[in-house]
Design a protein around this ligand. Structure first.
Ligand SMILES: O=C(O)CC[C@@H]1NC(=O)NC1=O
Ligand SMILES: [Fe+3]
Length: 402
């Protein structure tokens, strides 16, 4: 069905710039854009339906390229304990920390994981998200990581947005492997990854490269297996220290290196050379009250595209608004509002390797876009909270309206 979407202004986000078309229209045919431009200059091909967008501003659907949206329980009590002055050690002794989420996820059924994730994803969708990456990483066993990956695929099958599945089995060391990290990595590489890949459950492979998680040597073994399976890689890198994880990821032509507070210029140059996108996660920086900022000026200087994401997870970034992350990227990391919008559209698409399909509004690309009740794109980073999205269109269909 050919639909003419008229009476709007469009920010196409091509090349990471607004490219504002002030009096615009767009024609979609099913899930694809077939034309967009100055209103009235379109060809007079048959149109089946017209939609008046009431002068609203239209951007590409937002892309949240780094989330841990599937998990059991939550860590709100831990949050309260910390603010009551309890130490990490006391919290851990009381069963808090990432292991508490692992236990809650292992004890939850697929249905329970699906239902709790669905609520969180709906909040993101109302805020304009039409593509979402979700990682495993709270199961940490063959059965429970497989359960998470099945839930991620089920969410993609039932919800009106595109869901990209990333295996993060190398997120933390489970209790049963304490002191035997290399054996855990062996299990992931020799048995788990090949099986999940054969079941079609994995679109990319990620790991957490950090002193409290896995070493660059252990990460490289996971990357080597992913490469053998033909799966792209991503990496949680330089969040809390400099281990040159981002440089290792770049050498494996990673789609992205993420967090990057402690990133160095040598590894930025490798990211530029290997087209690895930088993914900045201001929610975790803010929630952990970090002080070390990612080197944004150096990333700009080396022309490494910066994506922005929620890092939605129960421990360090319980975030339910990607637009709030845009504000934090500007307020905390000093990105411009135009860079922040590029960070959740075209650069986020690049971080998932799907720039051919979405992230900008152009003929031939996916007809996934948002009509916002604003007059300038900078408002998307400016307003804190609130509902600015009036209509969310996914692959040519209206899937949410205010
Ligand atoms: O605490 C949690 O539940 C996850 C922490 C989260 N995972 C990661 O790799 N970095 C983080 O901040
Ligand atoms: Fe993360």
């Amino acid at each position: 069905m050919r639909i003419l979407w008229r009476h709007c202004q469009i920010a196409t986000m091509e090349a990471g710039k607004y490219n504002l078309i002030p009096h615009a229209a767009m024609i979609t045919d099913g899930p694809r854009i077939v034309w967009l431009g100055e209103a009235g200059t379109q060809s007079d091909d048959a149109i089946d339906r017209e939609v008046d967008l009431h002068g609203r501003l239209v951007t590409p659907g937002l892309i949240d390229c780094h989330t841990h949206s599937v998990f059991g329980g939550d860590r709100s009590q831990e949050f309260e304990m910390r603010l009551s002055g309890e130490s990490y050690a006391e919290i851990a002794a009381a069963g808090g920390g990432i292991i508490s989420t692992v236990n809650a996820t292992r004890n939850a059924s697929q249905q329970q994981l699906l239902e709790s994730a669905r609520k969180r994803i709906h909040a993101l969708r109302k805020d304009g998200v039409t593509t979402l990456e979700i990682k495993s990483g709270y199961g940490l066993s063959f059965a429970d990581e497989g359960k998470m990956l099945q839930v991620i695929r089920a969410l993609g099958a039932e919800m009106p947005l595109t869901i990209f599945s990333t295996c993060l089995a190398a997120h933390a060391l489970p209790g049963e492997y304490q002191g035997r990290a290399d054996e855990y990595i062996d299990e992931i590489c020799q048995r788990w990854l090949p099986a999940w890949h054969a079941q079609g459950l994995v679109d990319a492979v990620d790991a957490f490269c950090e002193h409290l998680a896995f070493s660059p040597q252990q990460v490289e073994r996971v990357f080597h297996k992913a490469q053998q399976l033909g799966l792209p890689v991503k990496l949680h890198a330089e969040q809390l220290s400099l281990l040159h994880g981002a440089g290792l990821a770049a050498r494996y032509n990673a789609l992205s290196a993420d967090h990057l507070e402690y990133l160095c210029e040598e590894d930025i140059a490798l990211m530029a050379q290997h087209s690895t996108t930088a993914v900045l996660l201001p929610g975790a920086f803010y929630f952990l009250r970090e002080s070390q900022q990612p080197p944004v000026a150096l990333l700009r200087q080396h022309q490494v595209p910066m994506a922005i994401s929620s890092d939605l997870n129960p421990g360090t970034s319980p975030v339910l608004s990607l637009r709030l992350m845009m504000n934090m990227a500007c307020t905390l990391f000093r990105l411009t509002p135009e860079e922040a919008l590029a960070g959740v559209t075209c650069h986020a698409a690049r971080a998932l390797g799907i720039s051919d399909r979405c992230g900008t509004l152009q003929a031939g690309k996916e007809a996934s876009f948002v009509a916002w009740d604003i007059t300038h794109p900078a408002e998307l980073s400016y307003w804190l909270g609130g509902t600015l999205s009036k209509q969310v269109i996914y692959q040519g269909e209206e899937v949410w309206h205010d």
